[in-house]
Design a protein around this ligand. Structure first.
Ligand code: COI
Length: 354
């Protein structure tokens, strides 16, 4: 599919694989034996290297640290029931990565570096792909600026890297969500659609306040009226109201165009659900609850996969969901698992063969 890529591969002398318990993996705690690294300088990408996972030696004047030109992606690799490694929809993450790069005035990464580099890295460390239910190999491509001067400007030099992390579920049980009306995540014209490190840094305070009150995540509202639902920071959000599934649209560029969000929409439509993308006012969610029409709420994300919401707190309202009665979210989860494990035909070419 992509041109042969010349990669300088240096293999580790001693694998760390035996140090982990592949059946008990917190999200993002462990890294595999190798990582991919390539620098951008003099206006072009240099030679791609795969080398043993190791620390980077960087200047404290690194521009990414000071001014935040830093973006990333999250992708997952699985093995089917025969043990063949696959990556789920990586081309969609590649496209989104370069949209983030453009928004942050960073160089785009060529397809062969992103796709073939990732394929070669996953192939090398494929023994680290867990085969347990809800487990996977999390792939973290990222890019940051590497200039060492303090002037505020788009940098001239960058580093693109890929790390691999064998991982278990991000959330282990249904979520309690706090509707955030004081702090906001993104406004029209901003960079909410970009997977930029700053979007996550800016979310920490509100999330920590919500966690101190026993919630797992916040649900972000729009920056003007604080009434229109955006996303949850680690996930896009869906509501089942009556016989429809609703999710915020991507029109104003404030939410992330989630690959799992898109997969969920496609799967739900295929399974006969009516899915509508559009503005969702929080008061309409409350009204649907009071009318007995609000059936489910769930989040979608690469890391979080499909995560059920069991409680939503909005001002004085506490909305409780009947997790056991949910149908839409378990349907998406089952269909996606069946596609990944080869029990259901991959009609859309979502599974990229390693
Ligand atoms: C992902 O789902 O891949 C994310 O990036 C969310 C979070 C782990 C940062």
């Amino acid at each position: 599919m992509v041109a042969a890529l010349d990669i300088q591969v240096t293999k580790t002398l001693k694998s760390r694989f035996s140090e982990i318990d592949i059946n008990h993996l917190p999200f993002g705690k462990y890294y595999t034996d190798h990582m991919l690294e390539v620098d951008y300088k003099d206006g072009k990408w240099q030679k791609v290297a795969i080398r043993p996972f190791q620390a980077l030696n960087m200047s404290p004047g690194l521009s990414a640290i000071h001014y935040g030109q830093s973006i990333f992606e999250g992708i997952k690799a699985y093995k089917d029931r025969e043990g063949n490694p696959f990556i789920f929809r990586p081309i969609d993450n590649f496209r989104r990565f370069n949209l983030s790069a453009e928004r942050m005035e960073m160089p785009v990464v060529p397809e062969e570096i992103f796709m073939e580099g990732m394929r070669r890295l996953v192939e090398l460390d494929k023994d680290w792909i867990p085969m347990k239910n809800d487990y996977s190999l999390y792939i973290r491509p990222f890019m940051f600026s590497t200039d060492e001067t303090l002037g505020v400007k788009a940098a001239d030099t960058y580093k693109f890297m890929i790390l691999l992390s064998p991982t278990g579920p991000y959330y282990s049980s249904p979520l309690r969500i706090y509707v955030e009306e004081k702090y906001t995540r993104a406004a029209r014209g901003g960079f909410g659609f970009a997977k930029a490190a700053g979007n996550y840094g800016g979310s920490m305070l509100a999330t920590a306040v919500a966690k101190r009150q026993g919630f797992d995540q916040v649900l972000w509202m729009d920056a003007f009226e604080h009434k229109y639902i955006q996303e949850m920071g680690t996930m896009n959000v869906f509501f089942v109201i009556g016989d429809k599934v609703l999710t915020p649209d991507l029109e104003d560029g404030t939410i992330l165009e989630g690959v799992t969000r898109d997969s969920a929409i496609e799967v739900l439509r295929e399974e006969g659900y009516t899915v509508e993308e559009g503005p969702i006012h929080i008061d309409d969610v409350v009204r649907a609850y009071e009318a007995g029409e609000l059936r489910e709420a769930f989040g979608t994300g690469t890391a979080a996969t499909i995560s059920m919401i069991k409680e939503l707190r909005y001002e004085e309202f506490t909305i409780k969901f009947d997790i056991d009665g949910a149908k839409a979210a378990p349907t998406v989860k089952r269909v996606l698992t069946d596609i990944r494990e080869g029990r259901r035909k991959d009609t859309r070419g979502w599974m990229f063969k390693v």
